[in-house]
Design a binder for this molecule. Structure first.
Ligand code: FAD
Length: 502
């Protein structure tokens, strides 16, 4: 045993990640939060720098990863339950019971907390957080306010406490494809004023949730996307599993503390949310878009944490009698990481503002169009950039950087791959942004569109290039040109956003 002591590095990571993050504080201050909200941010800022580090270390240990609970010996139920470590349940209770999902909770404070959570990677909770946000939003925006089933779930969300809280999950992807969700085949058979679901979903994350939002096809409906409804399915009914069976858990590269399963629906009872012929549209417009915004925030938070770790280590560790941070190449790498974390964070915060502004029923058409396209580009571009930067941070730390328990970096790196994949991978989202621009009549209005979204960062060159892309008749040339332009549009947006926060 040597007396080499890492405490200098551990302490340099900080004690309150809210207070000590000037950009995050400046952003939230725009809302002039109430004293109660400030106390929450202070509490979660301290948890982020202490309790959550310890808990995520426990949750991510290989022997603590989610497992399917063995069916009981009396042949009563098939495999339906997942065991999670108690630390995960504690964090879930503290977040979901905190009041964060109340409709009147400040949007900036809400996503500041999401940011702090995501500085730790998945740790079995951030998917639940994104899905519960989506559940609350879709029930408020699309649910029939007179339906007692909708009111009951919303009542449980609004009245949540640490002792009594609920969370959500969302299942769209089937074996034949996740991007082309209009191919969904899982059946929703009418049963009175409810439905019974039969079939399979291929990627079902956070399945310990109390309510699952599931897309399913009505047997009597049209064969395209209009035949797909959105259903809210309680996991338990009268305390017993609600007509489903877990086939297997995915063995994933990242988000390992989060259970993701293949599920067989065998008559699960559920009730519709929103019009029956608009289920897929509602799921994408509200639920998946909410998750995509969480991903944008998560990408920024991962970079902030990667920089926090690499910076602390490089100023603690010495080699050849010098601090690592004094080696010019290493210092340049650190600076790049800091700049990317600032840029990504400013972009994410602006994206939250533009998106939440568009949710206001009184929002202008321009705001709605911009937000719709912005979220697709932001999710695609920001998550794609994250893995290489976290990789660089890992390499800055050297051998300790790739040791799973020494720092969060390996986990952030593995989770970043998932962040880019789920809720719409890179190329799908860029394609979707392009077709949305055509549908929302951006062609011919490119200058207006970019000046609205990018404010004074919209240049004549970007306007000209966007006009050229949208006018391109060769679909291959158009897609390739757009693939080159979209990241530059987002970079201009982030640069503008950073200038407003500096
Ligand atoms: C860890 C993990 C957890 C997940 N959890 C959930 C969950 O809880 N619920 C859920 O519903 N799903 C979940 N998913 C599934 C995820 O959302 C899908 O993987 C994703 O939507 C892509 O679908 P796919 O895997 O079927 O890929 P495909 O749809 O087969 O796509 C493959 C590739 O083709 C590209 N592509 C497809 N269409 C186009 C197009 N029109 N233009 C350009 N490129 C295109 C895609 O970008 C992608 O690169 C999870 C996935 C992972 C990895």
């Amino acid at each position: 045993m040597t007396d080499y002591d890492f405490s200098g590095y551990l302490e340099a990571r900080g004690t309150n990640w809210f207070d000590e993050d000037p950009m995050l504080v400046r952003w939230v201050e725009r809302s002039n939060p109430s004293e109660a909200t400030r106390r929450m941010l202070d509490r979660f800022g301290r948890d982020a720098a202490s309790t959550w580090i310890e808990r995520s270390d426990v949750a991510e240990r290989r022997d603590h990863l989610p497992r399917i609970r063995e069916p009981d010996p009396y042949n009563r139920f098939p495999a339906t339950e997942i065991d999670l470590p108690s630390v995960t349940w504690k964090t879930l209770a503290e977040i979901h019971g905190s009041g964060i999902w109340r409709a009147d909770f400040d949007e900036r404070a809400r996503y500041a907390i999401v940011y702090l959570l995501n500085e730790h990677g998945e740790m079995g909770v951030t998917c639940s957080v994104a899905c519960t946000d989506g559940l609350a939003r879709v029930l408020r925006m699309a649910g029939d306010p007179d339906d007692p089933r909708i009111r009951e779930v919303l009542g449980r969300i609004d009245g949540a406490t640490e002792a009594d809280w609920i969370h959500g999950a969302q299942f769209v992807t089937e074996i034949q494809g996740g991007s082309d969700a209009a191919t969904n085949a899982l059946e929703a058979r009418p049963d009175g004023d409810a439905f019974r679901l039969h079939g399979q979903k291929w990627f079902c994350s956070n399945l310990t949730a109390d309510y699952w939002l599931v897309t399913a096809r009505r047997p009597d409906g049209p064969s395209d996307h209009r035949g797909i409804g959105l259903f809210c399915v309680p996991r338990l009914r009268d305390g017993a599993p609600n007509g489903y069976r877990i086939r297997r858990l995915k063995d994933k590269l990242g988000t390992r503390a989060l259970p993701t399963a293949e599920i067989e629906f065998e008559g699960a009872w559920g009730f519709p949310v929103g019009p029956l012929d608009a289920g897929l549209r509602t799921m994408v417009a509200v639920v998946l878009t909410t998750s995509r915004v969480h991903n944008v925030v998560a990408a920024a938070a991962s970079l902030r944490r990667a920089h926090r770790e690499a910076h602390a280590y490089a100023h603690f560790r010495t080699a050849f009698g010098r601090k690592l941070a004094d080696f010019p190449l290493l210092a340049a790498s650190l600076e790049r990481l800091a700049a990317e974390a600032d840029l990504a964070s400013a972009g994410a915060f602006a994206c939250v503002e533009d998106w939440t502004a568009a949710l206001d029923p009184k929002a202008s058409r321009e705001q709605k169009t911009w937000a719709r396209i912005l979220v697709s580009i932001a999710k695609a571009v920001s998550t794609r950039r994250t893995s290489p930067r976290i990789y660089e941070a890992m390499m800055l730390v050297g051998g300790n950087g790739i040791e799973e328990r020494f720092s969060v970096l390996p986990r952030l790196y593995r989770d970043a791959a998932i962040m880019e994949t789920w809720e719409g991978p890179y190329t799908l989202l860029l394609s979707q942004a392009l077709s949305d621009m055509a549908r929302l009549e951006v062609p011919g209005r490119e200058a207006e569109f970019l000046h609205f979204g990018l404010r004074d960062a919209a240049t004549d060159e970007l306007v000209r290039e966007l006009a050229a892309v949208l006018a391109e008749r060769d679909p291959v040339a158009r897609d390739l040109a757009w693939g080159e332009l979209a990241p530059r549009i987002y970079f201009a947006y982030e640069t503008w956003a950073l200038a407003t926060l500096a």
